[in-house]
Design a protein around this ligand. Structure first.
Ligand SMILES: [Zn+2]
Length: 118
């Protein structure tokens, strides 16, 4: 039977007591430390996926590729690639979305680089 001293009134209380039966003071915060840590929101992965899809859709645009379109595609796909890599590196939720975003963005980025060399 482990006994500890109350943080509030220094009376002996049972170690598993969350609050002191005498004065009501809250005791150790051990229970809080065991909570599963939330790894943040998956918004970085979502951004990557959206940018990746947007870049990939641009590839199917039949219209003439001007410098601005190629630059736009390059910026979109580069941003999608970077945000996807950040999401995966920081172990954010939504890994599947981030990987898809990285793959689509990488393809679009390579195409935009190829177009810019023409
Ligand atoms: Zn107490």
């Amino acid at each position: 039977m482990g006994m500890v001293f109350c943080r509030g009134c220094a009376k002996q209380i049972h170690e598993s007591a969350l609050t002191c039966p005498g004065c009501g003071a809250a005791q150790a915060v051990v229970a809080l430390a065991a909570q599963p840590d939330s790894r943040g929101s998956p918004w970085v992965a979502i951004v990557s996926l959206v940018l990746g899809i947007a870049s990939a859709l641009m590839l199917f645009d039949d219209s003439e590729w001007g410098h601005e379109e190629i630059l736009g595609l390059g910026i979109f796909s580069f941003a999608g690639l970077v945000s996807g890599i950040i999401s995966i590196n920081k172990k954010k939720p939504g890994n599947g979305m981030a990987i898809t975003g990285v793959v689509l963005s990488a393809i679009a980025l390579m195409v935009s680089l190829g177009l810019s060399l023409d």
